[in-house]
Design a protein around this ligand. Structure first.
Ligand SMILES: NC(=O)c1ccc[n+]([C@@H]2O[C@H](COP(=O)([O-])OP(=O)(O)OC[C@H]3O[C@@H](n4cnc5c(N)ncnc54)[C@H](O)[C@@H]3O)[C@@H](O)[C@H]2O)c1
Length: 334
């Protein structure tokens, strides 16, 4: 089967390409390299001994996207491409609405024109806004607190409307919790440019002494140690979740939603302590004020993905901490 992976050189996309190739799917990547590099392709090939087909194009360019669908018989699309920095989306919302919506609409129009019916979409736990209860189930009310999240929710609504109008379509929406970690080889991983927004990339920079200490935003939340709790999931587990979703999508029509998380919440200090222990480093930190918009705790009920997709995350928090650091160490010394 030929699988088009948009955003396939990015953090989650590259790990998913590895799993797809290891499972004997043919992989065709579209990425404009706005947040990834071309070297990722060699690394995917090094790990899998297989070469994905690559097109450096912008997904908003309809003519080019259509050419790719005409050149390759695409059986299913996994759509990762988009911008993802919450803070930047608040300061530059138009950039997020333009790119995330336009790229998705372009892709959907072309898929309709060429009769490609299978789509897996990267959504996010951010669409649950501030959940009233935990753990979070797929049928909880949806709302958002920033433009990035709103793009995800808008796309979910667009996809719902399409599923009503088109009885042939198969859409699986995956709502990711907090992906961290990296491929065991240390070849693929996450290394955002600038000061990282997310906790693990920040901890890693403190570990390598590029940043002096970690700011812990609030220790007075209603959690076991007062710091914010999240559901961290190893990116390799997350990538494997896409294979399960793809297998389901082949004999499925309509739209379905799945949480991809572990179901276990860890606090900021749990993560810091585990990182220190498994990597034998010190992470100095300071407790500072809560960050506006942050919630106390967020973790998934992963039961639906387990029952209907057969998906269960296998890696624990220690692997996530080890692998995140391993990637940075390997890529610093290269
Ligand atoms: N990483 C997370 O914490 C997280 C959590 C929930 C959801 N998601 C979603 O998962 C998807 C993948 O996330 P990621 O962490 O791998 O991000 P990433 O930035 O590493 O990967 C996204 C890729 O899309 C490409 N891209 C962006 N706009 C494009 C366009 N118009 N045309 C072609 N390529 C384009 C980028 O160059 C990049 O390689 C995103 O949609 C993101 O919103 C990520």
């Amino acid at each position: 089967m030929n699988i088009l992976v948009t955003g396939g050189t990015g953090f989650i996309g590259s790990h998913t390409c590895v799993e797809l190739l290891n499972n004997n799917y043919n992989v065709i990547i579209i990425d404009n390299l706005s947040n990834s590099s071309i070297e990722v392709l060699e690394k995917i090939e090094k790990i899998t001994s297989k070469k994905p087909k690559f097109y450096k194009i912008d997904l908003c360019d309809k003519e080019k996207v259509k050419e790719i669908f005409n050149e390759n018989k695409i059986d299913a699309v996994i759509h990762f491409a988009g911008y993802k920095a919450v803070g930047e989306s608040v300061s530059n919302p138009l950039k997020y609405y333009r790119n995330n919506l336009d790229s998705t609409l372009t892709l959907l129009e072309v898929m309709k024109e060429v009769n490609c019916h299978n789509l897996i979409f990267s959504s996010s736990a951010t669409v649950y806004g501030t959940p009233k209860e935990l753990p979070i189930k797929e049928d909880f009310p949806l709302s958002t607190t920033n433009p990035y999240g709103t793009t995800k929710l808008m796309i979910e609504r667009i996809l719902k409307d399409i599923s009503i109008s088109d009885k042939e379509i198969s859409i699986i929406i995956l709502r990711y919790f907090n992906p961290i970690g990296s491929h065991k080889s240390g070849l693929l991983g996450e290394n955002p440019s600038g000061i990282p927004n997310n906790l693990m990339p920040y901890i890693v920079r403190v570990a390598t002494k590029e940043l002096p200490f970690l700011n812990v935003f609030g220790n007075d939340y209603d959690t076991h140690d007062g710091t914010g709790v999240r559901d961290y999931i190893h990116v390799v587990d997350l990538a494997k979740g896409h294979i399960k979703a793809l297998e389901k999508s082949i004999n499925f029509k309509g739209i379905e939603y799945y949480n991809l998380g572990t179901g276990t919440g860890y606090s900021v200090l749990d993560l810091v302590k585990t990182f220190e222990k498994v990597n034998n480093v010190k992470i100095p930190y300071k407790i500072v004020n809560r960050r506006p918009g942050d919630i106390a705790a967020c973790f998934a009920d992963p039961t639906k993905a387990y029952k209907e997709l057969g998906f269960k995350a296998e890696y624990g928090i220690e692997d996530m901490c080890k692998d995140s650091y391993n990637y940075i160490l390997k890529n610093k010394s290269n």
